[in-house]
Design a binder for this molecule. Structure first.
Ligand code: GAR
Length: 218
């Protein structure tokens, strides 16, 4: 029987929240020993807030457009998050750049999921950029968040082929199929302390993780 306390999470979203749903499902299925203490969205209409409420998880809308200064918004966000005492902040489709102030509060305990093979295609529109460049493969990365956008240590990465006829929609579908397995897996490693986040490199099985683990070869 698993008697370890559950990993306490706050999940930040901006929209659909299908990755959030995958994490909720893994917890409810008993395959992930974690607890989502709150879900917070910077977009009040985010469907992910509804998903959280359906599962009895506190769901908070913090409308960023009410805060002209990015840091003022992040200060409110930080104080809201701290009310829920998380061990880890999980960015799951959170589409807002975090300030250094925010990152300092929780570093190194912030993870993000990004739809590209980082360090390729940091930032937005990764599917279109890969298509425009005629790439033959694309992927998903889960990484530690550091002050430089999409540049922190990558923990888990997965690739998929870009095939004849693929478009943004079909690529997004391929990415999602992988994401829904990858995020719960990384959180499971953390809950089991197989993965430890440090101010230096993450540790995996007590070794420095200097290269991403490739999901496709697990
Ligand atoms: C995910 O595909 C995630 O990789 C991406 O947003 C989507 C959110 O989907 N994240 C980023 O682009 C971060 N820069 P979801 O709201 O259905 O989980």
């Amino acid at each position: 029987m698993n008697t370890a306390p559950p990993l306490q999470l706050v999940v930040l979203i901006s929209g659909n929240g299908s990755n959030l749903q995958a994490i909720i499902d893994a917890i409810e299925a008993g395959s992930l020993n974690a607890r989502i203490n709150a879900v917070i969205s910077n977009q009040p209409q985010a469907l992910g807030l509804e998903r959280a409420r359906k599962h009895g998880i506190p769901a908070i809308a913090l409308d960023h457009s009410l805060y002209p200064e990015r840091e003022n918004f992040d200060r409110v966000l930080v104080s809201e998050i701290k009310n829920f005492s998380p061990q880890l902040i999980v960015l799951a489709g959170y589409m807002r750049i975090l300030t250094d102030y925010f990152i300092k509060q929780f570093s190194p305990n912030i993870l993000n999921i990004h739809p590209s093979l980082l360090p390729k295609y940091q930032g937005l529109n990764t599917y279109q950029r890969a298509l425009d460049n005629g790439d033959k493969k694309h992927g998903v990365s889960i990484h530690v968040v550091t002050p430089q956008l999409d540049a922190g240590p990558v923990i888990l990465q997965s690739e998929y082929p870009i095939e004849e006829g693929d478009d943004i929609h079909s690529m997004q579908q391929k990415a999602h199929d992988l994401e829904y397995q990858m995020y719960p897996l990384v959180l499971k490693w953390l809950s089991e302390k197989r993965l430890k986040l440090t101010n230096d490199w993450p540790l995996f099985d007590n070794e420095k993780l200097q290269q991403a683990i490739m999901f496709n070869t697990l």
